[in-house]
Ligand binder design. Structure first.
Ligand SMILES: [Zn+2]
Length: 232
């Protein structure tokens, strides 16, 4: 089982504020700038590679099972695509719906750290980037923008948990089982991790908006994650 920690770093920079001032496209319209697409692509490639290394690493420096690497790459691509990229898009879509400017930016140091950690230790510890948001946002709107990411992870975990049970029970295809299991496991893990109520994680912002909703989604996420450690 791969080990991974993904976090988002949210902070404003002059660059972002300038971009917001030049933001002229109409409200509530999803738009991807060239810079955002480049950053999404870069983060996707690096995190996918880092996860694949972690999944096929027996621990220690470059102790990688290369024959297992192509499958690890496929699993990693699907799990990172659903668990990380669509999580970020959850934040973006809700923020844009509230009329805010919202774009993903990769964090180069975080990506390099993820690569180095994976190669050296078999762990992924990544802060690959975050959706930067600018505009007038209320605390409630900020809470909803923040819950959207973990909610995407919860939905994927809800779909892929029963599929994991089915494929592990039938034992028809171990590769198919590994694919559905890791999509479930990584999504459940990312939901729980991002809901830790400490800034800059999503959990802190959701909890500030509504404690009952925060406790509810955290409960669902933890309940989804636990079977990964005891059933499989
Ligand atoms: Zn998030």
């Amino acid at each position: 089982m791969g080990n991974f920690y993904l976090m988002e770093i949210n902070y404003f920079t002059e660059m972002i504020e300038m971009a917001y001032q030049n933001y002229t496209s109409s409200r509530s319209e999803i738009h991807f700038s060239k810079k955002e697409l480049q950053d999404l692509f870069l983060a996707m490639v690096v995190v996918t590679f880092a996860f694949a290394v972690a999944l096929s690493n027996y621990g220690g420096f470059l102790n990688i099972n290369w024959s297992a690497f192509p499958l690890a790459l496929l699993i990693s691509f699907l799990a990172v695509g659903s668990g990380f990229i669509l999580h970020e898009m959850g934040h973006k879509f809700v923020a844009v719906r509230y009329g805010a400017w919202a774009e993903f930016r990769a964090w180069t140091q975080g990506l390099m750290m993820a690569l180095m950690f994976a190669l050296l230790t078999g762990f992924v510890f990544a802060a690959p980037g975050a959706v930067y948001i600018a505009g007038n946002i209320t605390e409630e709107q900020n809470g909803k923008i923040s819950i959207a990411g973990p909610l995407v992870n919860v939905i994927f975990a809800l779909i892929f948990f029963p599929l994991s049970l089915i494929f592990s029970g039938l034992v028809i295809n171990p590769i198919l089982f590994q694919i559905v299991f890791y999509i479930y496991y990584i999504n459940a893990f990312l939901a729980v991790f991002n809901l830790i109520p400490v800034m800059p994680l999503d959990g802190a912002k959701v909890q500030r908006w509504s404690t009952p909703i925060y406790v509810g989604i955290l409960g669902i996420a933890i309940a989804l994650l636990i079977p990964a450690f005891i059933l499989f």
